[in-house]
Ligand binder design. Sequence first.
Ligand SMILES: CC(C)(COP(=O)(O)OP(=O)(O)OC[C@H]1O[C@@H](n2cnc3c(N)ncnc32)[C@H](O)[C@@H]1OP(=O)(O)O)[C@@H](O)C(=O)NCCC(=O)NCCS
Length: 227
Amino acid sequence: MSIDLLRSLNSEKGGHIDPSASLTANVTLEPPCFVGKGASIGHRSKVGKYAFINADSIIYANVTMGRYCALGRFVEIGLASHPLDFLSTHHLTISKGPFVRDKDFESATKIPWQVHPETIIGNDVWIGAKACIVSGVTVGDGAVVAAGSVVTKDVPPYMIVGGNPAREIRSRFDKFIVERLLDLKWWDIPLNLINTLPFDDIQACIEKLAIIREDMGQESEEQQRER
Ligand SMILES: CC(C)(COP(=O)(O)OP(=O)(O)OC[C@H]1O[C@@H](n2cnc3c(N)ncnc32)[C@H](O)[C@@H]1OP(=O)(O)O)[C@@H](O)C(=O)NCCC(=O)NCCS
């Protein structure tokens, strides 16, 4: 899909992509999404619906982000990885990238290297301002990354992490609630049903979600498609 088409489809569905935001080829957005001023989304990255990508944040290549994620300003996700044990960590050894018009640079043997291994951000993840998440990590559903953190390792679901390097601060909920939430996956339920939940009472939400899931299970495939 062309980037212009993606922008207009997102807008039709109630999203917003700032005119100064940059979306590279092969980006997939599930509309609606909000992409703020100066934000960018790199090659082959995928962003789930209701993502709030605040101004000047960068989602690099090969990032998969779930639904209902919220990013503060100046967040960077999927920071590139350079080889640490080659002669040089510089692009020279791995890519023509920045100097395609320089014959000597271009002719240097390039060793195959994955600059952006896949980074996975789950659903309902809140990432505080100026946080950096290196490529190749997985941040679980429901996790929180504190402002200014540098995430270098996988983050378990519903865990709050912070600092440089980011360490576990605490879980948002006890393990029984986390297990139920991971099972019920509220982010996959139609929004009109999510809206009936008492958001600030997690136990009541779980009980109601279980009933919604059961009712949905009894719907025919055709009824589910109509939602
Ligand atoms: C993480 C956050 C949500 C607070 O969570 P919390 O569980 O209420 O944390 P508390 O304030 O009780 O602090 C718990 C511990 O985490 C530490 N902590 C809190 N924020 C931190 C941060 N940004 N970096 C490192 N450590 C942090 C506290 O110092 C405290 O450490 P201690 O136990 O050693 O004293 C909040 O600090 C934060 O970063 N919010 C993001 C705000 C933001 O960026 N908003 C804009 C985007 S929409």
